[in-house]
Design a protein around this ligand. Structure first.
Ligand code: TTJ
Length: 634
């Protein structure tokens, strides 16, 4: 339902018409403001409100934020900050809070000078949330009074009023909103999604307490970390063997705050998370570049000065094997770039981060020679492995030169050689692979069956990765190569589709493959070349066949068809005959494909690598619980 312009303008004082048009725009094109109207967009509403409270915390005016998912489907965010201003706005002559909620882009940053830094990514403002909510209630405790105002789809229901009194020292803002069901395709808030982000916010803002609760289930979690980033890297390294206690430093230079925590573990993977004003910069940027330069130089300087390295200089990749780090910078006016606007562009930040990290690390290595030597010798190990892997890769390449067209024997290639129309299905198991080969359209669909579980590249060093047959098959089939040799122009298929069973093992295989692409061919994910095929769980037959993709859908369709139906459960892809496989999962006209985004992959990788401890059970359980999450917004 879109707000009726004529009616709206009658409801409103003429001076506010411009404001109204702004919010109508939000309802006409919600995706422009919150990304989508599905699950991601719905949660964006919470991030938006939360950002305002976190800004207040970053300014040092608030130390506790409570968020509750209420029984009636609304969400309440409450902080103990100063409270949104209530005095009359000098131009609009309305209470400031009303302008903040009803005027597009006014946001929570009512008076910019009050804020040193603020989240620049989500910052579309509370007005966008108000516009997309059938009801919003704002309560402000300030100066011993309790103020309240409500809004329907962004329009005030009544003037700001005083509803009670409180102690002068009790200040804060309480916002409750009921998302509009005519805008969103789902209204269900996911506890685990909120939990993940809130833990991250709490880890990045030491001392800030965030309490999340869900009324319907009674679940409640408190996130509060006095150790901040130190606890963050410890948590990332959980279940892994650590090389030393975390290194930590916090410095400010030219108004830019740089906070870093570093802890090496004994694995081969690099895990560097970066944030700008608590926003996760998935694509990195100048702060990450500055950090990497400094780490490489500081380690090489130490190694050379102490004559620890007889070979050529260590590369960035060498010194980052097994490196876990969190870099959090606060930048007054961040410029975000990149495909998903998660790459910091500010040039001045690179030099500042570089010099702060270089100074601190040099000092730390001088003072902690045992740790420094351990890190250097780990990097030298990596250097040796890199040289060995290069030989192994060369060998594989020479071997490939003798096979047909250099392609893996197991690949059933398509006849087209036009990348833009060609698709590669990576299929779990030889039997499903066989059906897929029969089902496919030979013209543009290629099939690569996988034997068993793909190698977990998180746990293997590069020699092992490049001598693994299945991994090499994927690399040669896609055509791009990896590492420095990666060349997207050589990509042989525009869609690479992961097709695995809709069960726990299938989810695991999907995760392993995503991890591989994320680590070795991230460009393909960024370019939108990687997809997940969604296959049906059931076939329901009553005269005609219906394919059903979720349990919910099954209930609905069975009751719609009036019971008396024949339900066949597909335990795996292998149980479908080629015709069924074509109809449900491979025919471009009817199939359901989920495009994998770099954020999905990063998230999958993040939770996944965290679960890489040697305990199998929690991992199985986790994957079983989240199996559905691997199926992402389309
Ligand atoms: C603005 O500058 C003067 C003092 O108050 C500042 C302000 O806006 N503070 C503020 C806003 N604190 N908390 C909020 C806030 C909290 C929640 C939960 C939701 C929103 C939209 C704002």
């Amino acid at each position: 339902m879109i707000a009726d312009k004529e009616k709206a303008s009658k409801d409103y004082a003429s001076g506010n018409i411009k404001v109204l048009e702004g919010l109508e725009g939000v309802r006409l094109r919600p995706a422009m403001y919150i990304g989508s109207t599905s699950k991601t967009g719905l949660h964006h509403l919470v991030w938006e409100i939360m950002d305002n409270a976190v800004d207040e915390a970053m300014g040092g005016y608030c130390d506790e934020i409570k968020v509750s998912i209420n029984k009636d489907g609304s969400v309440t965010v409450e902080d103990n900050g100063r409270g949104i201003p209530v005095e009359s706005h000098p131009i609009y002559k309305r209470p400031a809070v009303e302008i903040v909620v009803t005027k597009l882009h006014a946001g929570g940053k009512f008076d910019k000078s009050n804020y040193k830094v603020s989240g620049g990514l989500h910052g579309v403002g509370i007005s966008v949330v108000a516009a997309l909510s059938k009801l919003m209630k704002v309560v402000i405790k300030k100066g011993g009074k309790i103020y309240q105002q409500e809004y329907k789809i962004g329009k005030p229901v009544y003037d700001l009023k005083i509803v009670g009194e409180c102690e002068k020292k009790d200040t804060g803002t309480i916002v409750t909103f009921w998302p509009d069901d005519s805008i969103f395709s789902t209204l269900k808030f996911d506890f685990s999604v909120l939990e993940t982000r809130f833990r991250e916010i709490a880890l990045l803002n030491k001392g800030l307490k965030i309490i999340l609760s869900e009324e319907s289930s009674g679940k409640k979690e408190t996130f509060h970390f006095e150790g901040g980033l130190i606890e963050f890297v410890k948590w990332m390294n959980k279940g892994k063997e650590e090389v030393h206690k975390p290194i930590y430093f916090l410095k400010e230079e030219s108004g830019i705050v740089v906070e870093v925590s570093i802890q090496y573990n004994t694995t081969y993977q690099e895990n560097v998370l970066s944030f700008v004003n608590t926003i996760n910069t998935v694509e990195g940027g100048t702060h990450v570049a500055g950090f990497k330069t400094a780490v490489t130089r500081a380690i090489n300087d130490y190694a050379n000065k102490n004559k620890l390295n007889k070979d050529e200089n260590l590369t960035g990749d060498d010194v980052r094997e097994g490196l876990t780090a969190v870099i959090s910078v606060k930048v007054p006016e961040p410029q975000f770039e990149g495909q998903t606007k998660t790459k910091l562009g500010n040039n001045e930040v690179k030099g500042i981060v570089d010099s702060i990290c270089m100074t601190y690390l040099t000092m730390f290595f001088e003072e902690n020679p045992t740790i420094a030597k351990r890190i250097v010798s780990k990097s030298i190990e990596a250097q040796k492995a890199r040289n060995a892997a290069k030989k192994a890769k060369d060998l594989v390449r020479r071997k490939n030169a003798f096979s047909v067209g250099g392609l893996p024997g197991k690949l059933a290639d398509c006849s087209s050689n036009k990348t833009e129309e060609s698709e590669l299905y990576i299929v779990e198991g030889d039997s499903a692979g066989g059906s897929a080969k029969m089902a496919r359209n030979k013209e543009y669909q290629a099939i690569l069956p996988l034997k068993g579980k793909p190698l977990n590249v998180e746990k293997a060093n590069s020699v092992k990765v490049f001598s693994n047959e299945e991994i090499m098959n994927i690399i040669t089939a896609t055509g791009t190569g990896v590492g420095e040799q990666f060349d997207v122009a050589k990509l042989r298929y525009s869609k690479i589709i992961i097709m695995s069973d809709a069960d726990v093992d299938g989810a695991h295989i999907r995760t392993l493959l995503l991890t591989f692409f994320f680590r070795f061919m991230p460009k393909l994910i960024e370019n939108g070349n990687i997809y997940i095929a969604v296959s049906p769980l059931y076939k329901v037959r009553k005269r005609v066949d219906h394919y059903v993709y979720t349990e919910d859908e099954l209930k609905k369709i069975v009751s719609k068809l009036g019971g008396n139906v024949n339900v066949q459960r597909f335990k795996g892809l292998g149980e479908m005959n080629p015709e069924q496989l074509w109809d449900t999962t491979m025919n471009p006209k009817t199939r359901l494909l989920n495009k994998v985004t770099i954020e999905d992959a990063a998230k999958t990788n993040e939770v996944f690598s965290k679960l890489m401890g040697d305990d199998v059970e929690p991992r199985r359980q986790f994957i079983a619980e989240r199996a559905h999450e691997a199926q992402i917004d389309i």
